[in-house]
Every structure is written in structure tokens, then in C-alpha cells.
Design a binder for this molecule. Sequence first.
Ligand SMILES: [Zn+2]
Ligand SMILES: [Zn+2]
Ligand SMILES: [Zn+2]
Ligand SMILES: [Zn+2]
Ligand SMILES: [Zn+2]
Ligand SMILES: [Zn+2]
Ligand SMILES: [Zn+2]
Length: 504
Amino acid sequence: MSTSTMPYNQRTTLPPPPVPMRDANTACLPTSHTTKIIHQHQHPQQQQHHHSSSNTNQLSASDSRTHSLSTTNVAPTPCQRLSEMFRRSIAGSSIQSDSRENTYEEIYPGPDPKQAIMGSLVFCIHHKQGCTWSDELRKLKGHLNVCKHDATQCPNKCGAQIPRIMMTDHLQYTCTMRRTKCEFCQSEFSGAGLEEHAGTCGQEPIYCEAKCGQRVLRGRMTLHKSKDCTKRLRRCLHCNREFSADTLALHVNQCPRAPTVCPQRCEIGPIARADLESHLRDECKALAIACSFKEAGCRFKGPRHMLEAHLEANAASHLSLMVALSARQGQQIQMLKSAVSKLSINFTGTLLWKITDWSAKMAEAKGKDGLELVSPPFYTSQYGYKLQASMFLNGNGPGENTHVSVYIKVLPGEYDALLKWPFSHSITFTLFEQGSQSGQGGVAESFVPDPTWENFQRPSNEPDQLGFGFPRFISHELLYKRPFIKDDTVFLRVKVDPSKIVAV
Ligand SMILES: [Zn+2]
Ligand SMILES: [Zn+2]
Ligand SMILES: [Zn+2]
Ligand SMILES: [Zn+2]
Ligand SMILES: [Zn+2]
Ligand SMILES: [Zn+2]
Ligand SMILES: [Zn+2]
């Protein structure tokens, strides 16, 4: 701020007087008079303003200087004299003494509009960016020279206009003309040069592109990928397939083409793992093979080439082993048969006896005296009496040659010891007519055993137990007249009823 003028404060109705030029050589204002008035009035507004100004000290010094000028009677300068003459000429002919009081307008001529504008209070143009400065317009330029929000040229001459507050940052990080170092290779670059260098620096550690997880210097990547990378592809020497380096060892352990030695140490030498099984099965000369009569009991075991000799030398003993085996198997078959027949035995108390090949059996019965057909045994209940029906196709006793005779026999059963004797259930024989429309017609005969009858006492184990029944059950005549025989088959039902009610 120059010392030549005093600020004009718009806030006062009566503006303070402008401070006169101090330089007597260039200014022609009536210095001494003005000085005197300043001295006399000591305007409070002016005082206040002086204090708020940064130039207070300077002004006070000037003030005291002017004051000393007025109090010591120094001769007026030529300019002062001129000014005085001018003032007196407009005041008229009457000479007014120096002591006359000047009017306010005389001392403060009307305010200069430019001065008034320059004195207006303004905010910094960067107020919105956060600058809180506010002062007279005339001071704005000066403030902008230091305002931290005002943009200035980058001192590196990169061409950027950067607010002062951002300059340090710019110079350090973003200025394209800054001098900087690559953090990896330590080479020096301008900012722009570094940006170009970034992404190509050979010293920068980067992750392997093959995703092996390793970080390798960019400059060594090619070498890494061909030599060290665990994900580089390598060929299996045995099967020629490609594997990543880290899985190759695992593969070779299982590679079907990898050579392996025969576990029998035969003379074949290394063979592919995949061929080992067929080698052992079909050709290995060292593998001990069991004699083919092993199941019959031969215990010989030896290499393939010795087996043939063994078979030739032992034909007779192999044969006897086979005979013994066959006998053992025959026993097993018998055991199985009886087990099966036990499982299939009838426990219902009703036997439906199907007799096939009737005509052949009849012919045989007619040619052979006393030929008896027996039914499969059956039980009256699960733990009941064991019974068996029998039939003489050509008749027996009184029915011989004319009738079919049917009988029932009590066989020795497994639970006889617990059963009630004599056997006293009623027995009904029914010979069915076949294909009859309304129910099954036929011939039926029943009886209830008499307790005195020999046949129904507890049976002994003697095989030739006698039966009881009907020697003239049905005549041959009736048999062929009605449809009892169909498809050369006859059905006879034998029903055992513990209720003793005779059902016909
Ligand atoms: Zn500012
Ligand atoms: Zn810059
Ligand atoms: Zn670098
Ligand atoms: Zn890698
Ligand atoms: Zn392989
Ligand atoms: Zn072998
Ligand atoms: Zn053998």
C-alpha cells in the first residue's frame, strides 16, 4: 500500500480527509495546512482506520514527520506557495489570515469514484473454494499473489496452472516435469517418463502370468516360465502327454506307459505298468500258479513251465481226487434235496394230488398186480400228523380190476411224540370233475377213524405201514363216463378235518 493516499471508508457518512502527498517535489497540495488540520481535528474514524491498516507504523512515522514540519517554521516549498496563492484567489480579495477555520468541503473535496470502488469490501475470488479473505478491492490483487487457492504456474514449467495449496502435491506426484526415480530400478525419470516406464520396468516384481503364485522380476519372467515355473508344461517321457511341472511327478507314478519290473522277477525285464496284469496272467514264467486240480485237493503250486509236467505226472492221483470230490458233492446234493423238500412240504391239512400221465399209469397198473401210487407226504398242520395218500388205479381187494381204490396212511412224523393217539381226524377224498361250469362236481367219500383201528395208532418206523380207505372209490365205468380225466390228468383232494364232521 502506497503512503500517497489514505483509504476512503464508505462506512462513514463523513469520509476522512485524504492524506496529502508526502513527496514535496511531485505533489502540489497545501501540505502545511492539511497537516495542521489533521493535527487539530484528530478525526476518530481516521485514527481507527490507521490502526486497522498494516501500514500503521509507517503512517505514524510520516505523521510525526509532517507534524514536526508544521511546528518548526521551515520555509514553504514553491509548491506550497503556489497552492496558497491559488486558494486565496478563489477566496476573494479580502485577505484572510492563516488562522481562519477552513470549511469541510474546502478540505475534503467530493470523493473520487474510482477511489470509492477500489475501497469496496470484497471476498476473495476463491471464496467458494474455502478462502476466507475479505477486504477492500484494491487489496485483492495483493492477496491473490499469496492466496493459497489461486492457481499459479508450475515452477517446473510443465505448463500446468495449479492452486498454491496443491502445488507441493503436484510437484511431488503429478508434475510431468518433476524429477523422480523408479522405485524398482532406481533409474531417474521425468514424471512423464516414469509413466511411460511404469509397466515395463524390468526390475518390478510381478505375479507370474501362468498363475503359479510366484512373484518374479518382469525382466526374468521369460526365464522363469521356461525353467522354474511350476505351471510350465512338461511332457511325460513315457506316454508323451503334457502335464504342468507340479503334477508331472504324480503322473509318472501312475503313468500306464511307465516301465516297471515284474514283481515275480522273471526274465522279461521292464514292462509298461499297463501290461503287467496280462503278463502275470498269461506269460510270466516265474509266477507260481496253482494246479488246476486245486479244487479237488491237489496242493501243487509252481511256475507256468513246471505245471504241465506236474499234470502229466499226476494224472492218476488227480483222477482219484476227482472221484472223492464227486462223492462229497453227491452227499451235498442229497442234503440240499431233503432241505428243499422240507421247505416245500404241505402243512395245510389238505392235499390236492395231481396225477399226470393217467393212461400210461393205468396201463402199467393193469399189467402189474398191486401197483400202488403214493402221494407226496403232507402234514395236518405245521406240527401235526404226517400223512400220505395212495391209489390203486386198477383197484385193490374188492375193487380189483373194476374200481380205483384210494387209501390214507399215517407216516412217522417229527412231532408224533407230542400228538394225540390214535389219530382221529375225519378224512375226505374227492375226485374232481374237470371243466364243469357250476362248481366242481365229482365223487367224494369220507370216514372218521375208529379209535380201535390199528392203522391209526402211533406209527412205528416200519416202512410197510398199512393204509385205510375205499377199495371201490370209483368204478372205471364212471371214471370214463364223466370228465374226471382231462389232458391225461386226474385231481384227487384229500382233506383232513380235526372237527370230525364228515363233509361230503
Ligand atoms: Zn484467497
Ligand atoms: Zn508441473
Ligand atoms: Zn524401473
Ligand atoms: Zn510361474
Ligand atoms: Zn505318462
Ligand atoms: Zn514276470
Ligand atoms: Zn495237481
